[in-house]
Design a protein around this ligand. Structure first.
Ligand code: PHB
Length: 388
């Protein structure tokens, strides 16, 4: 009997230490190449920075990140890579998701495989309703754009032309902005949906110029498109004519400002993070980011979603004492709440979406550099798209 107990004890000890030595595996599915490679760089660096600051061990288990390049808005590839991460790499969670079509494509897999998925950008409101295993640390288009519509209507901008990318986040941005802006007394005098991969906006901008709006609301995904649009906007004289460019979320994030220079001055946008956010947490974030990756490109809203998402993953592993279980992990995600470099954040347990401040910002020159200066804060904003 004693011998049997001894053997059992040894077996349990061996199993315990095997688990302790076995890393928690996190699949990271992001565009690291192609037109949206910036998403992968910003989010990937944000995740890496959190682990660099805090160590890559939680509850005694090492955290291993397994990166897969989704290459951009390629839903079929995202699906195949998610399946590979689950069946071959045996991951405990998948994080990332730059674009809405990627997240929507993997939703059925998340549900079927009971695989927690941590969304670090994809921002169409409906995503978190597509699987109970999704939790989001970025924002939704409605969450960001509704406050912008409300703010614009009450700050002297009455006639606006709306330009959005021709895919789900664009339609949501168009609807949410229009609703909030018109509720505040503004008028949308025209709108157009532009292809997701086009870079020549001069014909659209000429058409907009002809109808003389006071403002142009723009949502196209961060990266090459906002830069191309803004160049046309300035070159065709809309900026000089006093037309205000209103950014639906990311048209003017830090990577875009770096490229545009003075053409970006005066652009108004709404977003959950500015590198110019004044707080102790953000000062440290910027200093550590600069030490790890250099001063440029500065961290943008995507980097902070990667950083906070990684922070939350570590807290969830700790809460589970390293014994990973999908349903317990989702329950732990629902009570996440902490102070981020962007301000206070928490997960709404009913929707698994983030509650956070939304800031109205204006591009100004500060200390020689162009910055998104925060000029107004809407605190504790929830996703409003879910209610519609
Ligand atoms: C999205 O596809 O959901 C998306 C992409 C880029 C953004 C925002 C949302 O900047």
């Amino acid at each position: 009997m004693k011998a049997v107990l001894g053997a059992l004890f040894l077996l349990l000890a061996a199993l315990g230490s095997a688990q302790a030595e076995d890393p928690v595996r996190i699949g990271v599915l992001l565009p690291f190449s192609g037109p949206f490679a910036d998403f992968g760089r910003q989010i990937g660096n944000g995740m890496a920075l959190y682990l660099k600051q805090h160590g890559d061990v939680a509850a005694g288990r090492r955290i291993e990140l397994i990166r897969k390049d989704s290459g951009g808005a390629k839903p079929d590839l995202a699906k195949r890579l998610a399946e590979e991460l689950i069946t071959r790499d045996k991951v405990d969670m998948i994080a990332g998701f730059g674009l809405t079509p990627e997240a929507l494509a993997v939703a059925p897999i998340a549900t079927e495989a009971r695989m927690p998925m941590v969304i670090m950008n994809a921002a169409t409101s409906v995503i978190t309703r597509k699987s109970p295993y999704f939790v989001r640390f970025s924002f939704t288009l409605s969450q960001i754009v509704s406050p912008l519509g409300e703010w614009a209507a009450t700050h002297g901008i009455r006639r606006v032309y709306v330009v959005v990318a021709d895919y789900a986040p664009g339609y949501e941005a168009e609807a949410a902005f229009t609703k909030a802006f018109t509720a505040g007394g503004g008028e949308v005098i025209g709108s157009v949906r532009v292809p997701l991969n086009g870079l020549d906006f001069s014909a659209y901008v000429q058409r907009i110029k002809d109808v003389r709006p006071q403002g142009v609301f723009l949502f196209v995904p961060s990266g090459e498109q906002p830069i191309a649009f803004m160049k046309a906007f300035v070159d065709l004289g809309l900026g000089a004519a006093g037309v205000t460019l209103l950014g639906g979320t990311e048209i003017i994030d830090e990577t875009v400002i770096d490229t545009l220079g003075d053409k970006a001055l005066g652009v108004i946008s709404a977003q959950n993070y500015s590198a110019a956010h004044q707080s102790t947490e953000n000062k440290k974030y910027l200093a550590d980011w600069t030490a790890a990756f250099g001063a440029h490109p500065q961290p943008n809203f995507m980097s902070v979603a990667g950083y906070d998402g990684m922070h939350a993953i570590v807290e969830v592993i700790d809460a589970l004492h390293g014994r990973m279980d999908p349903d317990k992990a989702m329950a732990a995600f629902k009570s996440i709440r902490f102070l981020s470099p962007r301000g206070p954040i928490e997960i709404d347990p009913a929707t698994r979406d983030i509650v956070e401040s939304v800031y109205i910002r204006r591009v100004e020159r500060g200390d020689g550099e162009l910055v998104n200066r925060e000029i107004f804060e809407f605190p504790k904003v929830r996703d409003t798209g879910q209610a519609e």
